[in-house]
Design a protein around this ligand. Structure first.
Ligand SMILES: Cc1ncc(COP(=O)(O)O)c(C=O)c1O
Length: 455
């Protein structure tokens, strides 16, 4: 990694920026941009749905990106296919809308999923399927393993059954056992392993762990390009999916007068609607090359060491009266967790500093952290002890009348709970100066009252 930051991420230093939102988006290297620009500037690339030279050149680049994804994940081409989408959410939507949910089927989903995984439950419910949630438990916000085992068995008579969980929570950083994939398979479950928050800093080896569906967003892995993601899918699982519509590029034949359509043979082509981003996809190959050159294991070791330092320093921070200054949600050490840390700051009386105010103050020091609930309501609800009834109050009125902010205010006013969180996450270009400066920022809250800092 030596020289990487000054060479490829010099803009961080030039703008005096401490970037701590890698779970939101990774950062691109300048060399990725140059290589992509050079490639586009030197080639004539046309729509890949044809056979002329410009089209064939685009097709070759698209297929190169497909192979690069398989190589990156150590996936065998005879076992896995690669469907390009617009982001991880697009990949998840493909699964949701095409999985053979019906009134006999089951969707088992963990509490700590991103909303784009939670949303699949609406497809399941519409088809009459059973939807069951597996809870996370305090203090570590890990999944209740016994509950999952029971649920695997309890729903074992569902002909189609899908289990969805994140390899790493984008809220707490908790990493769940990847062995659950094979355990679920042994009991006849299909497995959706959301790796969007895991893959940027952890090796995923699909020759060893073999989930059926793996959604990813490339900008989370290497910053650029945005607007491209992937569903990496086992051929066997892909054959179970039924598309609810057809589009250009996904069919062999469609007719207006004949009122029929034939889908392309099972495989990625039948799932890539319209024209793929053939100019963006070469940047995926280049981004993966960049990651490989650094080594995901090297990134992993670096961010783990930095996160360990940050967690230890957080734990030691005290006000003069001895009260803790930081409350971390989830694991307090690096045992089975990634470099994503959810927390909030407390004043000497234990009152929570308004997270949006903290974000604003951090911004003034050119520090980017994330605040809110990170599209992960399950982890947030458990972390902040928000009950079923309290949440139900937010759904008592029509949706147009209750925004997220209204809901948070409702809960804060009726319960005094602060259902918001700060998240600091580390990634490809993080170094010690980032965590050190951030600690300095946090330490400045010593002995200040939440009221004096304001909202
Ligand atoms: C764990 C996880 N899954 C899915 C997503 C959705 O990714 P995207 O917004 O790129 O579609 C995110 C985004 O933050 C995420 O963290």
């Amino acid at each position: 990694m030596s020289g990487l930051r000054s060479r490829d991420y010099a803009r961080l230093g030039a703008t005096d920026h401490v970037y701590l939102d890698y779970t939101g988006a990774g950062l691109y290297a300048e060399s990725q941009l140059t290589a992509h620009h050079d490639l586009l500037a030197s080639r004539v690339l046309g729509n890949p749905h044809s056979h002329n030279p410009s089209s064939l050149a685009s097709t070759a680049l698209v297929e190169q990106a497909r192979s690069a994804v398989l190589d990156f994940l150590n996936a065998f081409p005879d076992e896995y296919d690669v469907i390009f989408t617009s982001n991880a959410t697009g990949a998840l939507k493909l699964v949701g809308e095409s999985y053979p949910f019906d009134e006999d089927s089951c969707y088992l989903v963990s509490y700590d999923n991103h909303n784009s995984v939670n949303g699949i439950r609406e497809y399941a419910r519409r088809a009459g399927a059973t939807v069951a949630y597996a809870p996370v438990r305090e203090p570590d916000l890990r999944l209740d393993e016994a509950f999952i085992d029971r649920a695997f068995h309890e729903h074992s008579d569902c002909p189609a059954r899908l289990f969805a969980y994140p390899a790493q929570s984008n809220f707490s950083g908790v990493q769940h056992p990847l062995e659950w994939v094979s355990r679920a398979h042994d009991l006849g479950w299909d497995v959706l392993l959301d790796c969007a928050a895991f893959a940027p800093t952890n090796l995923l080896d699909l020759s060893e762990v073999k989930p059926d569906f793996v959604p990813l967003s490339f900008y989370k892995l290497f910053g650029y390009p945005t607007g491209l993601g992937v569903l990496v899918v086992r051929h066997e699982a892909l054959r179970k999916l039924r598309r609810p519509w057809f589009a250009g590029g996904t069919i062999t034949l469609a007719s207006v007068q004949g009122d029929g359509w034939h889908q392309l043979a099972p495989g990625h082509t039948g799932f890539e609607d319209g024209t793929v981003d053939f100019l963006g996809l070469p940047a995926v190959t280049l981004g993966l090359k960049h990651l490989n050159r650094i080594g995901v294991d090297v990134i992993h070791n670096r961010v783990s060491a930095l996160a360990k330092w940050l967690l230890t320093a957080f734990g030691a921070l005290r006000h003069t009266n001895g009260a803790a200054m930081v409350k971390v949600f989830g694991p307090q050490d690096m045992d089975r967790r990634g470099a994503t840390i959810a927390f909030y700051l407390l004043d000497p009386a234990g009152t929570v500093f308004d997270v949006y105010r903290v974000e604003k103050l951090a911004g003034k020091e050119h520090i980017s952290v994330r605040t809110g609930c990170f599209c992960n309501p399950g982890d947030g609800e458990v972390a902040h002890h928000i009950t079923h009834t309290e949440m139900a109050d937010c759904f008592a009125k029509p949706s147009a009348e209750v925004t997220l902010t209204d809901c948070q205010r409702l809960i804060a006013e009726s319960t005094g709970k602060a259902p918001n969180t700060i998240r600091a996450s580390l990634g490809i270009a993080s170094d010690f100066s980032d965590v050190y400066r951030f600690m300095g920022f946090v330490a400045d809250f010593r002995d200040r009252s939440a009221q004096s800092v304001g909202r």
